[in-house]
Design a protein around this ligand. Sequence first.
Ligand SMILES: [Zn+2]
Length: 497
Amino acid sequence: MSEPVLDYDQALLAYEPVMGLEVHVELNTASKMFCGCVNAFGGDPNTHTCPVCLGLPGSLPVVNGKAIESAIRIGLALNCQIATWCRFARKNYFYPDMTKDFQISQYDEPIAFDGYAEVEVDGELFRIEIERAHMEEDAGKSLHVGGVTGRIGGADYSLLDYNRAGTPLIEIVTKPILGAGAKAPQVAKAYVAFLRDLVLSLGVSDARMEQGSLRCDANVSLMPIGATVFGLRTETKNVNSLRSIERALEYEIRRQAALLAGGGTVFQETRHWHEDGAYTTPGRSKSDAEDYRYFPEPDLVPVAPSREWVEELRATLPELPTVRRDRLRREWGFTVLELQDVVNAGALDLIEATVAAGAGAQPARKWWLTELARRANEAGVELAELAITPRQVAGVQALVEAGTLNDKLARQVIDGVLAGEGDPADVVAGRGLAVVSDAGALAAAVDRAIDANPEVAAKVRDGKLAAAGALIGVVMKEMRGQADAARVRALVLEKLG
Ligand SMILES: [Zn+2]
């Protein structure tokens, strides 16, 4: 059932949202975290199990080396420090999907810590501080049968499937995220999208939110504008799509604002997101860490990755989006603002391809962000959807640099390419657009202009060089714009001494 909410803009006038995001990533290792069972989604219930992941007495866990490797690579990609020595810890709690009555996790000794990620919302860059990325095992799944919404309350009976128990998980936890204001829900969405792309590019997870292999718990609290003490937070669990993350946070901000504005207090609890009605409902009251009575896992040896191994793994990282942007900015000699405009226009790949096809970075930027952006805008399409390729844009620029086209003619050539008349050279030939390069024809046109405007010519002879502009205009008009203005100017000045 939905609760009273405040208008979103009104809520943001009075309160600053403070978010904390916990993202769980299931690793795609062949076997589970602490046993040899196959690590695969689905399967007949309780077929991917063994004494270890069923938590039978006397069974002993053995850590999966590949999972540690994936954890380190994720940590490195998030600019984290990698622990030289760390241990697993037992997180004690009772729940039927956790057969041992404890989860093997990491507590105060995470494998990776103190990193950051940068995400972009509407052209604004937000830096998200990463507190830690730690390793743990996933729980099994409960299925509650007979209840109204599949929840345990009101169910006739519950079924348990331990196929997922022991799946390797990396939990990535942010530090409090402040300063995003009204964009907080969008920042959260952008961050989770960034993580999804990151683990996909690392090849360590299939990151399918709909299957739960990447899921986000979104903590949010509100702080009166100008205050410095965080409010009480709620944690919306297992939000399973990017869109839901944004919507769930928006709802929680509005709900908490209504509570606070009405003189109430926020109850610290976990909440469930209901996609159909777009609201959250209370789950359990939020436990503090001490309730879990963490202690070091006595059945596993500490993890102490050598620095050589960490550096080897660092060398396997693909180029990350932020690193790539920075590299291109330096290679192209763009200012931060210029690159920002390029990214905002969705032109980064296009310009990179245009440069690869031989154009300079600045001309490539100029064509895509001015002439072509205007046309895309008029047509209501994305830049990449225009019927011109980066190679063709580089072709136009090459013709400009060869003196075959001036800017005005180049724009007409672009028209032709967009109209499907072929490559730039075809359009030049088909429309007869090249600048007049016949020196004799050009000289004759300049002579005619001088003869027809004796007073102007006299001024230029007297040293009033600005007057030459009028003569150049006459020649350009006679040539229907198909002349190189700089060359005409040189000719005029040469003839008038
Ligand atoms: Zn097993």
